[in-house]
Design a protein around this ligand. Sequence first.
Ligand code: LIP
Length: 281
Amino acid sequence: MVWKIILTFAGVKKEMDLERYTLAVCEIARRAGEYIKGEREKFSLESVERKHAHDYVSYVDKGSERLIVSALRELLPEAGFITEEQTAQRGQSPLCWVVDPLDGTTNFIHRYAPYAVSIALMEGREILIGVVYEICSDECFYAWKGGGAYVDGKPLHVSSQKIQDALLCLQLPYNSDAYKPTIKRLIDTFYGNVGSIRMCGSAAMALCYVAAGRLDGYAEQYIGQWDYMAGSLIVMEAGGMVTDYSGSIDFTQGNSVVATNGIIQNDLLEVVCRFISKDNR
Ligand code: LIP
């Protein structure tokens, strides 16, 4: 089915075929993935820089971002950018690409799967397109608003697992001091009472795995919009639920995400909600 939306730029109406744009973004994500894969072959630890104590970056993140930004600029010149490595401007346009050129940088550095390219297109607070390309498994996950979610052309659907047997992903963000009470409480509550718990090291991939029913739920705070915007649309289009830590579905401007098959959303929210104040979602 073809999904078209009408957008207005500087008073001029433009029709946008979201499926066509999504598939074009998949190609761009794959090209960036090829670049990352090629650089991984010759990558040395000396190329690693620090943004904060244990928050790493290298020329590969930046090179991937340059490649993505220039291709997206050609695809949709009207849109601005929010990018992890901050090589492009937000601008005034209501349309905005949200880009993580290499989500799971620590995994990449350690040659530990998964790591991915994550690209979303937003209009205001709404996510129109989400594309996540996982480099090690060569899988491209994507969704467009109202059009469903897919991996390499196959439709995605969340699981129907209940909390007793759920496989949860509870990640460890860089902001360790602030997050310690929450992660302790999450592990204390769920370890031994659910199927099992994983930490995969990539927010974008945790979300795609929820969308694919490989995981049943995922929660993380202190992440950037680039980490979770694309994956969140993929979860919602696969029939799942996404909120912030306060339980709000208006999650796009915050720094936390709870994404599940819907059935276990409240089980996770009950634990994280008590740690959250209104301005710290
Ligand atoms: C990382 C996330 C990870 C999270 C980190 C960080 P990066 O992204 O995907 O899940 O725990 O805080 O945001 O820095 O590798 O692109």
